[in-house]
Ligand binder design. Structure first.
Ligand SMILES: Cc1cc2nc3c(=O)[nH]c(=O)nc-3n(C[C@H](O)[C@H](O)[C@H](O)COP(=O)(O)OP(=O)(O)OC[C@H]3O[C@@H](n4cnc5c(N)ncnc54)[C@H](O)[C@@H]3O)c2cc1C
Ligand code: SF4
Length: 559
């Protein structure tokens, strides 16, 4: 195996997969280090497995906290890979450890950021503006849409740009009821935008509506990095994939340029090094910040690319809270076919004007419910239903009556970066390989807390409008109105933010380190802030843009 490459990428999720795809197509010899093991959903997925086929009936395992049939290997805790949280703060960190990272289990809700999302500071004085605008990223969103495939509807909403859409699937029964209630309440409710193929696309067949996307798709009809990006990158013959390779540090030459990555071969515990003329980090936002902070040298005593002191800073997550309601009209359903994709068919993009509200940024609403396959833990909260749980025949009858009668509404909202939410290296803890771990600090501000109260009130009004009964009482200020801890929505971005001013940012507008011209970050680390949208479509578009920039710089022999 060669040990010298044009480009060394760390991490094979959304950002790393896209960089490998674009750079190998552009002719570069690429090595990709991935901390987890190999995964191919065509052979490894548990799609269509019945719970009775396993003695665990699908119950979670330590490696698969979302259930044993789930595609994603990882979790909030990983044996031998701790992280710490500052006293009094609440933060949880989800990590995937497998080829493709978290793209093996994500909701596949694929939203573009809108024009306003790149210029928050200009609009309301909070957070910061990005050094790029929607018009800079739009061509790359278009490319991602064309390559990956996303369904949706053309709506012409100002800050929720339309894409190049495949037809959306029809709403399911419970979604139709939600839509009717929203129409009456004046809440915008439109077809969801999800990267599942409703038509055959680029050699991949259309979805057959089994509803099990979280298990990985054997027909490759949804987006995951291995299925859509890594496989074609390997087919070029220019990608060397090294799995079970835990990157320890980015190494630098005497001239202060990155010259490769040292890593631990996890199966043997041996230390290794791979040389790359260009290094691209895509280990996920926080892990890439950790790598940079751990890459100390005489040139970079405070960590690599950290002359601004901003590595680890401006870390944000999406805000989240949810409300479930029992809808009597959905009880005792006549059995019917409610097949669909393993994600939303409808959603509610932010529909209000923040200038008329007591919080500055918006949220979108995700709708969950329906007749998905029962498995371990099925209807575990049945004691909260009107009959109050029970035993024996009565309990069985209740399961049948209430099956599919619950609707969940979830807030996914914008957090504004603040100086109290960041990660740094814990001075005392190391992981199983002796690599210093991250310590998280987290504070929500009044902006996010007021936003959450609004969402809780809105969700309750939607369920009331549906004639339903909310299953939990309204949370109060002592619990931040039900706002989840930082990290819980698993949309953490920032930590190596981009900007035009090298004193206040880590990367320039092409996600190239200000301090090290042959070092790039293509995961969510480069984000300047959040939006009321999920981040992954923007990670993919930015990674494509940065990779084209790298290819052009190589052609010009500038790096
Ligand atoms: C349950 C769930 C639902 C989600 N739903 C949505 C959604 O609907 N829409 C949306 O936009 N986003 C969603 N997300 C978020 C989405 O998955 C992430 O935004 C996206 O995958 C991030 O891509 P990434 O490339 O930054 O990191 P990842 O996809 O996490 O990939 C990082 C990779 O780097 C590897 N790695 C880490 N450290 C090292 C190291 N030191 N050395 C070598 N390799 C390393 C990891 O093993 C991993 O494979 C969801 C996530 C989860 C878990
Ligand atoms: S719902 Fe469609 S895309 Fe998802 S796993 Fe089933 S067939 Fe694949």
């Amino acid at each position: 195996m060669r040990t010298d490459y044009d480009v060394c990428i760390v991490g094979s999720g959304a950002g790393g997969g896209m960089a490998a795809y674009v750079l190998t197509q552009a002719g570069a010899n690429v090595v990709l280090l991935e901390a987890g093991g190999a995964w191919d959903s065509r052979t490894d997925s548990a799609m269509l497995t019945w719970p009775y086929q396993s003695s665990r009936r699908g119950a979670p395992t330590s490696e698969r906290p979302f259930g044993e049939f789930d595609a994603c290997i990882g979790g909030w805790e990983i044996a031998g890979e701790p992280y710490t949280v500052a006293d009094g703060d609440r933060f949880t960190w989800w990590r995937a450890r497998m080829l493709g990272g978290r793209t093996n289990h994500w909701g596949r809700i694929s939203l573009r950021f809108g024009p306003d999302d790149f210029r928050g500071r200009s609009l309301d004085g909070l957070g910061d503006d990005w050094p790029v605008g929607y018009k800079d990223i739009r061509p790359f969103y278009d490319r991602v849409d064309r390559l990956v495939g996303v369904f949706g509807s053309v709506e012409g909403l100002r800050n929720h740009p339309d894409g190049i859409f495949l037809p959306p699937p029809s709403p399911r029964c419970y979604e139709l009821l939600v839509k009717q209630a929203c129409d009456r309440l004046g809440i915008t409710c439109i077809p969801a935008r999800v990267s599942v193929l409703t038509r055959a696309h680029n050699g991949r067949p259309a979805c057959h509506y089994c509803g099990q996307c979280n298990r990985g798709c054997r027909t490759n009809s949804n987006f995951s990095s291995p299925g859509v990006l890594i496989t074609p990158a390997l087919a070029t013959g220019r990608l060397t994939l090294i799995t079970n390779a835990m990157a320890r540090e980015v190494t630098v030459s005497d001239t202060g340029l990155a010259n490769g990555v040292s890593y631990i071969e996890k199966t043997t515990g041996e230390d290794r090094h791979v040389r790359g003329r260009i290094v691209v980090l895509a280990a996920s936002a926080c892990e890439s910040a950790r790598l940079l902070l751990n890459s100390k040298s005489s040139h970079f005593p405070h960590g690599l690319a950290n002359s601004s002191g901003m590595v680890g800073r401006d870390l944000t997550d999406t805000t989240g809270t949810d409300v479930g309601g029992l809808i009597p009209r959905l009880m005792d359903q006549v059995p019917h076919n409610e097949d669909g994709v393993g994600s939303l068919h409808l959603y509610m993009p932010w529909w209000l004007d923040n200038r008329k509200l007591d919080f500055p940024r918006g949220y979108h609403i995700e709708v969950w419910g329906g007749l998905s396959q029962p498995g371990y833990g099925f209807m575990g909260d049945i004691h909260k239903y009107p009959s109050g749980g029970g035993y024996g025949l009565q309990l069985k009858r209740d399961y049948r009556r209430y099956y599919g009668a619950t609707v969940w509404l979830a807030m996914r909202g914008e957090m504004i970066p603040n100086p109290d939410s960041y990660c740094e290296i814990d001075p005392t803890r190391v992981d199983r390989w002796g690599i210093p771990v991250l310590r998280f600090h987290w504070k929500w501000s009044e902006h996010e807390i007021r936003q959450t109260r609004h969402a809780q009130q809105t969700f309750r009004s939607i369920i009331a409008e549906m004639g339903g009964q909310v299953l939990e009482s309204m949370p109060d200020s002592t619990t931040d109105f039900g706002l989840q801890p930082g990290g819980r929505i698993i949309h953490e971005v920032g930590g190596t933010r981009m900007g035009d001013d090298r004193r206040s940012s880590v990367l320039n507008r092409y996600a190239q380190a200000h301090d090290v011209k042959n070092l790039f970050v293509v995961d969510g680390g480069s984000f300047v802030g959040q939006a009321d949208k999920n981040p992954t479509w923007t990670i993919l578009a930015l990674a494509w843009r940065t990779s084209e920039y790298i290819a052009e710089q190589r052609r010009q022999r500038a790096i």
